[in-house]
Ligand binder design. Structure first.
Ligand SMILES: *Cc1c(COP(=O)(O)O)cnc(C)c1O
Length: 365
């Protein structure tokens, strides 16, 4: 096992040893008081991470499970889907897969959405939800989520229709401040294996009161991702079906670490890592044809996507680092040949990032 600090994939992210070790405890029954006690202990930390006074549900699935839950429980007939990369496209496709009508507001990979455009499209009427990805992990773009939510509220007033904001916060919650309540987001979800720095396998989501009221009127919520069921069981600090018990031990351990650092300090640490990474790309990266893929003002604090147009091809950089025991992300999908991605999220520090940047300089010579 290598020491902590060499694994910079933009998900799954590196998990600290104490969290991994928490999982070797014996399995317990999920209807007993001990499991309720553990989930109750995690609850205030999860709410702090989502900045909400509402319940945060814990699902045993990857993040896409709760993405599907948000569609089944939150969209009545038609959504506007904001697409600018692989994960926002997945969200859009899911809307159609679940039998809803969907209109796409797409911008090029690497770009972010304009709240004004969101308003313009919604004012035509007929929409009851918007899907958006806060931090598009495939491109390192941070969408202006609070501005988008504000534009949706304006469109609601203009059309007199209720339009829910369904947000994927997979690489933002736990790495950036996501104000679920203050921004008026109706559903926010994340997965365990990104900025929360847990092993893969859990997902977390929070719904507004009006989203829950709508869910109660929708048929076809299914069973596994029925938020009404989640809510019933949450009241007892339980889950509707058998949870991934060992992962919940890991969650409890990580919640103690997150509470000790504080959510604000955690976000600040991510901002510091991002700033260092961007400065390095701009100041030192020119030699190898590096550039920042996301424009200024909409860069994610958790993942930096670097455009590569130099002597060493993007996949070769990833391979050389791997040979030296370092892991970074390759470009996603169509960006494979011309970008690399550094996931500076979870429990990494600026010092660890510094060591990675030095290693990149080393392998590039
Ligand atoms: C990783 C990721 C997902 C998908 O998560 P799974 O846990 O693999 O289902 C969704 N959205 C974003 C932004 C992601 O980074």
């Amino acid at each position: 096992m290598t020491d902590f600090g060499r694994f910079f994939l933009p998900g799954p992210t590196e998990v600290r040893r104490e969290v991994l070790e928490a999982m070797v405890r014996p399995v317990i029954g999920h209807r007993g008081s001990e499991m309720s006690r553990i989930l109750a202990e995690c609850d205030p930390v999860l709410r702090d991470l989502f900045r909400t006074s509402r319940p945060v549900y814990v699902a045993s699935s990857s993040a896409t499970g709760l993405m599907e839950a948000s569609v089944r429980n939150g969209i009545r007939s038609k959504a506007l889907s904001l697409v600018n990369g692989a994960f926002s496209k997945r969200f859009r496709d899911l809307v159609a897969d679940c039998g809803r009508e969907v209109e796409t507001y797409e911008v090029a990979m690497g770009q972010c959405h304009d709240p004004e455009q969101v308003f313009e499209r919604l004012r035509a009427g007929g929409f009851d939800a918007v899907t958006a990805v806060h931090s598009e992990t495939s491109t390192g773009v941070l969408d202006p989520l609070s501005g988008i939510a504000e534009a949706v509220r304006r469109a609601e007033r203009e059309t007199g229709e209720e339009i829910l904001v369904l947000a994927d916060g997979v690489t933002s919650v736990g790495g950036a401040i996501v104000e679920s309540e203050a921004w008026g987001l109706d559903f926010v979800l994340t997965g365990s294996q990104k900025a929360m720095a847990l092993p893969p396998g859990l997902a977390f989501g929070t719904a507004s009161a009006r989203m829950m009221a709508r869910a109660a009127t929708l048929t076809g919520r299914g069973q596994y991702f029925d938020l009404i069921e989640y809510d019933e069981f949450w009241k007892k600090h339980q889950t509707p079906t058998t949870p991934a018990v060992s992962l919940i031990y890991a969650l409890a351990e990580q919640c103690r670490h997150i509470a000790a650092e504080g959510v604000d300090a955690r976000a600040e640490r991510h901002r510091a890592m991002a700033r260092r990474c961007w400065d390095w790309v701009m100041e030192d990266g020119a030699r190898w044809g590096f550039s920042l893929f996301a424009p200024e003002g909409c860069r994610s604090p958790t993942v930096t996507c670097i455009g590569v147009d130099g002597p060493v091809a993007a996949p070769e950089i990833v391979a050389r680092l791997k040979a030296e025991g370092w892991v970074i992300g390759g470009g996603y999908g169509p960006l494979k040949e011309r970008t690399i991605r550094i996931g500076h999220m979870g429990d990494h520090t600026v010092d660890e990032l510094e060591a990675l940047l030095a290693a990149i300089e080393e392998v590039l010579g």
